[in-house]
Design a protein around this ligand. Structure first.
Ligand SMILES: Cc1cc2nc3c(=O)[nH]c(=O)nc-3n(C[C@H](O)[C@H](O)[C@H](O)COP(=O)(O)O)c2cc1C
Length: 213
């Protein structure tokens, strides 16, 4: 047995007061993100856990990278045929969460995922390093494969195929934008009395509520 019952810590790094937050949660998200990033203590500030519902009723989570944030939503890129892509096809209601351990912060976003227009995915794909572009062609993400050499052989033949040529975006690879309808900001506090403020979209304005920790 692995006994973790003594693993606990006090959270003391900040506070979150409704009187001090902006009316727009995207502004608060950007403030928090910039603050975390500027301290330089997170390896990947833009890493987020994406949870989706599968067609068999199960729920799956995995980490993806946030690539853009705007008032429209939160953008990440992936393989549309992957397990997550199929799940979003089945149910486009998703949840994203960030845990910024260095500042004892969590952000949980619930929203609707939609595919980005293909021009936006093309533009981002072209900005990626060549190796990542080829990787998107090589990998039938989430499918069972024989062995690693299957991937390496495929990569080799694609390197030959696209030698000295631009690599087109595979049509099954692109972005999703998650348009939020609820964003919770969680700041760890002492004695487990954490601060939790949730912004909920109600008839196109954001309502802020404090949740019990
Ligand atoms: C730090 C980190 C960043 C990742 N970023 C992405 C990403 O941006 N897009 C992506 O498709 N997978 C990314 N992955 C891989 C996913 O976690 C996952 O393994 C993959 O997308 C397949 O998920 P699925 O089978 O549930 O569709 C990342 C993994 C880690 C640990």
């Amino acid at each position: 047995m692995m006994d973790l019952s003594d693993f606990r810590k006090q959270y003391t790094k900040g506070q979150l007061l409704a009187s001090e937050v902006p009316p727009n949660p995207i502004i608060l998200f950007r403030d928090w993100f910039d603050e975390v990033q500027s301290k330089g203590k997170e390896q990947e500030t833009n890493a987020m856990t994406l949870s989706t519902q599968q067609s068999d009723g199960g729920v799956a989570s995995r980490v993806v990278l946030l690539k853009e944030v705007s008032d429209e939503g939160f953008v990440f890129y992936t393989n549309y045929n992957s397990s997550k892509g199929q799940s979003i096809e089945h149910n486009n209601q998703v949840c994203i969460s960030f845990f910024w351990q260095s500042m004892e912060r969590q952000v949980i976003i619930q929203g609707t995922a939609t595919k980005l227009p293909s021009e936006a995915s093309d533009q981002y794909f072209q900005s990626r390093p060549r190796g990542s572009q080829l990787g998107a062609h090589v990998s039938n993400q989430s499918e069972v494969i024989e062995s690693r050499s299957t991937l390496e052989n495929r990569l080799k033949s694609l390197e030959d195929q696209y030698k000295n040529q631009p690599i087109p975006r595979p049509t099954h690879w692109g972005g999703y934008e998650v348009s939020p309808h609820s964003i919770e900001f969680w700041q760890g506090r002492t004695n487990r009395l954490h601060d939790r403020l949730v912004y909920k979209q109600k008839s196109s304005t954001w309502v802020i509520e404090r949740l019990s920790p």
